[in-house]
Write a protein that binds this ligand. Structure first.
Ligand SMILES: Cc1cc2nc3c(=O)[nH]c(=O)nc-3n(C[C@H](O)[C@H](O)[C@H](O)COP(=O)(O)OP(=O)(O)OC[C@H]3O[C@@H](n4cnc5c(N)ncnc54)[C@H](O)[C@@H]3O)c2cc1C
Length: 458
C-alpha cells in the first residue's frame, strides 16, 4: 500500500529550540509549515540539559519572549561563574559581563512548542521521521511513522532540527553538495544530568559552578533556585569512556551542601562539541541547532545558537521558496550568517578543546587556574580569544612554574584562534569559493595540530 502523502511549504523535523524557532519564523512569514516531533505532546520539550542560558535577550522575536521568561526562567540572577580546582579544592570567581539565567527546561520546551503553534505552524506529535524523500538529489520531503501509521511529507524545503546525530543525515545522500559530512561520534560529548532538591538553600544561587574532570569534561552545578540544582557532567567521546553516573554520585556525596538531597529527575544525551558544520545546506535541505553542531564546544551551551540558526534558516528558506529556487546557492546565505556570527567564535573555541586532548588534567588545571578570571571569561566566553597585559603575564608566569611549555602552547593556540576568526569572517558568499576558503581554514588547523601535537580532529 502506498503511504499517504501530505504537502507543505516547509517540513521541520524536531520540536527542540532550533526546530521551534524555525517553524515559528516560517509560519509568521505566512508559509504552510508542519513541525514533526517524535515525542508526545505531554513529553514535548523534555530534553537533557544543564538548563543554563547566557545572554537571555538573544532569542529571535518570533515568540512571546516575555512569556517564555516569566514562565520558565526560574533563576534570572546569574552574575558569575565559579571555577573549582579539583586539585586544591580552591575556587576562582569569574564575573559575567551580562547576567544569565537557569531555566526549568521542560516548561521552557513546552512554552516554545505552544508559541510555535500560536505562530501558525502545525505540530504533529508522536511522529517519528525515519527517512528522506530524495528521488533526484534534491531533498523533497521525509518519510515518517505517525501514531503507528507510515506516511510521507513532501515540501519545498526540509529543515532538520532533529538534534545531535540526526537520523536524516544518515539517510540522505549529501555527497553532491558541500554539506559537511566529515562528522564522527568522537567529536561529540556524552553527558548526564540530575535535578536535585535540597533541604537547605545554597549560598551560590547567583553562580554557574564548573569543575573540570578527567577525559576532557567538566562537572556543573547550575541553580534553578537556591534549593533546586541541576547537576551534571560529560566527557569527550574521543577519550576513554567515563562512568558518568558514579562520578557524579561521588562528587555529590563529597559536598556538604547536598546532604539530604533528593533526585527529582535524571536524563542523559549526546551533544556536539566540535566546530559548526562547514556547510549545513543541500538542495531542499538545511540543518539547524545540534543537527549542525551549533554548540559552544567548550561549555556545551547550545540553546542560543539553536534559536538563532532556526530563525535564520527559516528566513532564508522563505526567500528561496518565494523565488522558486531551493538550490544550494539559494540557501547559502544561511551558512554565511551562521559562520560570520557565532560560527567563528565556536570554531575558535574548538581549538582549546583540541589543545586539551594533548594534555592531562593536572597540567590543564594548573595552567587554567593560573590565568586571571577575565582571561578565562574571554577564552570560554564571548570573544573566543584573549589579550593579556604585561603585569598579568608576569603574575601568570610565576604561578605556572613547571608548565611553561604548556602555557606557551596555549598562547600560540590563542593566536591561531584569532587567525581562525579572521578566516571565518571571510566565509565565501557562494559555494563557488568554498573549496579555497576551506584550504585557508585548514592551514590554520594544521598550525594548531603542529603546535599542540594533538591528533587531527577532522
Ligand atoms: C546533558 C546536556 C546538558 C546541556 N546543558 C546545556 C546548558 O546548560 N545550556 C545550553 O545552552 N545548552 C546545553 N546543552 C545543549 C543544548 O541542550 C542543545 O544544544 C539544544 O537543546 C539544541 O537544540 P536543538 O533544537 O538543536 O536539539 P534538541 O533540543 O535535541 O531537539 C531535537 C528534537 O528533535 C526530536 N527528534 C529527534 N529525532 C527525531 C526524529 N527522527 N523524528 C522526529 N523527531 C525527532 C527530539 O525528540 C527533540 O525534541 C546541553 C546538552 C546536554 C545533552
Amino acid at each position: 500500500m502506498t503511504p499517504e502523502t501530505e504537502s507543505y511549504d516547509i517540513v521541520v523535523v524536531g520540536g527542540g529550540t532550533a526546530g521551534c524557532f524555525a517553524a515559528a519564523t516560517a509560519a509568521r512569514e505566512g508559509l504552510d509549515v508542519v513541525l514533526l516531533e517524535r515525542k508526545s505532546e505531554e513529553e514535548g520539550g523534555y530534553i537533557a540539559c544543564g538548563d543554563g542560558i547566557k545572554g537571555k535577550s538573544t532569542f529571535p522575536d518570533v515568540v512571546d519572549r516575555d512569556r517564555l521568561r516569566d514562565e520558565s526562567f526560574t533563576n534570572e540572577g546569574i552574575t558569575r561563574g565559579i571555577f573549582e580546582n579539583p586539585q586544591t579544592g580552591e575556587s576562582i570567581d569569574i564575573p559575567f559581563g551580562q547576567t544569565g539565567a537557569v531555566v526549568d527546561r521542560w516548561k521552557y520546551g513546552q512554552i516554545l512548542l505552544d508559541e510555535t503553534d500560536r505562530a501558525g505552524a502545525e505540530i504533529h506529535y508522536n511522529t517519528v521521521v525515519n527517512d528522506v524523500v530524495q528521488p533526484n538529489g534534491r531533498v523533497e520531503g521525509v518519510k515518517a511513522v505517525r501514531e503507528g501509521d507510515p506516511l510521507e511529507y513532501e515540501a519545498d524545503i526540509v529543515i532538520d532540527g532533529a538534534g545531535a546525530l540526526s537520523v536524516l543525515q544518515d539517510k540522505a545522500d549529501l555527497s553532491t553538495s558541500t554539506f559537511d559530512t566529515n562528522v564522527n561520534y568522537s567529536q561529540f560529548c556524552s553527558a548526564y544530568r540530575e535535578v536535585l532538591e535540597l533541604p537547605e538553600p545554597v549560598d551560590w544561587d547567583d553562580a554557574l559552578v564548573f569543575k573540570p574532570t578527567e577525559e576532557l569534561g567538566y562537572l556543573w552545578y547550575f541553580p534553578r533556585s537556591a534549593t533546586e540544582i541541576n547537576v551534571g557532567l560529560g566527557f569527550q567521546m574521543s577519550q576513554e569512556p567515563m562512568e558518568l553516573v558514579d562520578v557524579l554520585k561521588d562528587d555529590i556525596a563529597s559536598r556538604a551542601e547536598f546532604a539530604g538531597a533528593t533526585v527529582k529527575n535524571k536524563l542523559g544525551a549526546a551533544l556536539p562539541t566540535r566546530r559548526p558544520y562547514d556547510s549545513a545546506v543541500h538542495p531542499g535541505y538545511m540543518a539547524v541547532g545540534d543537527a549542525a553542531a551549533h554548540v559552544n564546544p567548550c561549555t556545551g551551551g547550545g540553546i542560543p545558537g539553536a534559536a538563532k540558526a532556526g530563525h535564520w534558516a527559516a528566513e532564508v528558506a522563505t526567500e528561496a521558496i518565494a523565488d522558486g529556487d531551493v538550490s544550494e546557492h539559494a540557501l547559502w546565505e544561511y551558512n554565511e550568517r551562521v559562520q560570520t556570527d557565532f560560527g567563528k567564535r565556536f570554531a575558535a573555541m574548538d581549538l582549546y578543546n583540541i589543545f586539551g586532548t594533548a594534555h592531562d588534567l593536572d597540567e590543564l588545571v594548573s595552567v587554567v587556574t593560573a590565568l586571571p578570571g577575565q582571561q578565562l571569561v574571554d577564552a570560554i566566553g564571548k570573544k573566543g580569544t584573549a589579550e593579556m597585559g604585561l603585569g598579568l603575564k608576569l603574575k601568570t608566569i610565576i604561578k605556572t612554574v613547571g608548565h611553561w611549555d604548556t602555557l606557551y602552547e596555549l598562547y600560540k593556540v590563542q593566536s591561531a584562534a584569532g587567525s581562525l576568526k579572521d578566516v571565518y569572517d571571510s566565509y565565501p558568499d557562494s559555494p563557488d569559493h568554498f573549496g579555497a576558503w576551506r584550504k585557508e581554514r585548514d592551514a590554520v588547523m594544521d598550525r594548531v595540530y603542529d603546535v599542540t601535537g594533538a591528533e587531527p580532529k577532522y
